[in-house]
Design a binder for this molecule. Structure first.
Ligand code: UTP
Length: 285
């Protein structure tokens, strides 16, 4: 199997839950304190050995490309002033990491966004997909863990987490025969089931390692009643044809696509800074 070196970042969604902020600021640039969500996701990918980043964007998201630009003049200015720490903060992505921006055209769902990367993935090549709005704090790099399992099992591998019953209907949900440690073979996958119909409480979260064959299945996938192409539907085909495995996330995930998840992620990170934590405690009384 070829080494996994490419990651797709679908950033073409509308971010309606954060309007009006997302009128001109991409949801993925909303910061956890001082670092945008997309930068956390990109750092995770680069640490996991990814060398090509493929952003699937929409018309309002040029700022994501700007965020990863080097800004040499400002950098030189800070260095001349001896402000090396500020200069370092501008180094958002090593120059040797390739970045590609592809417009999604229309927000026709996550499956449609991933499909736009087709021309960049070679036959028999596996690739990663990262949803930056799933902010994860984990002892081990979550994508590295998925890549390791995908290479060992030679098959598509997705990340899952136990989800509360009142939220399960917002997730893709898997069914499995049994778990071996943190790994299971997926026997069923359903997009947004009701709590009664859900085959388990394991919801699919925003880290995937997928085979090139997925694109053909995405092209064959019909739009759902919301006029979206669901990644889950194509994954179901891959599961039947090649098998699909799931890895339990070890770590804490915050759904920063939702307002409560975003606020909690900010609080969580803030409470790890002694200075901020003290100020928060004081202000809460
Ligand atoms: P979400 O449904 O959570 O994102 O999609 P959204 O549509 O931006 O947010 P709301 O619901 O309107 O608030 C999950 C991920 O898939 C991407 C999003 O950018 C997000 O990372 N996505 C979704 C696309 O890239 N294109 C799409 O057409 C839809």
């Amino acid at each position: 199997m070829k080494k996994i070196t490419k990651a797709v970042f679908p950033v073409g969604g509308m971010g309606t839950r954060f309007l009006p902020a997302t009128k001109s600021i991409p949801k993925e640039l909303l910061p956890i304190i001082d670092k945008p969500l997309i930068q956390y996701a990109v750092e995770e990918a680069v640490e996991a050995g990814i060398t090509t980043l493929i952003f699937i964007t929409s018309a309002t998201k040029h700022a994501i490309s700007d965020h990863f630009d080097p800004m040499p003049d400002l950098r030189a200015h800070f260095i001349n002033q001896g402000k090396h720490q500020l200069a370092e903060k501008l180094d958002t992505l090593p120059l040797e990491i390739k970045r590609v921006f592809i417009p999604q055209g229309q927000p026709l769902g996550l499956g449609h966004a991933v499909l736009q990367a087709e021309s960049l993935i070679e036959e028999d090549e596996m690739f990663a997909v990262i949803l930056a709005d799933d902010f994860i704090e984990a002892p081990n790099n979550p994508l590295s863990c998925l890549i390791q399992h995908a290479q060992q099992g030679q098959k598509a591998t997705i990340s899952v987490e136990q989800v509360a019953a009142d939220r399960i209907s917002s997730y893709g949900v898997i069914g499995t025969a049994s778990w071996q440690g943190d790994l299971a073979q997926v026997s069923e996958i359903i997009e947004k089931p009701s709590a009664e119909d859900a085959p388990s409480d394991y919801g699919v979260i925003g880290r995937y390692v997928l085979p090139q064959a997925l694109f053909q299945r995405l092209r064959e996938t019909h739009m759902d009643r919301n006029q979206e192409i669901q990644l889950t539907d194509a994954l179901k085909q891959i599961m039947t044809e090649q098998g699909l495995q799931a890895v339990k996330l070890s770590g804490q995930r915050f759904d920063c696509g939702s307002q409560d998840g975003f606020v909690l992620a900010n609080l969580h990170v803030a409470m790890k800074s002694p200075e901020l934590a003290e100020k928060i405690r004081q202000s809460l009384g």
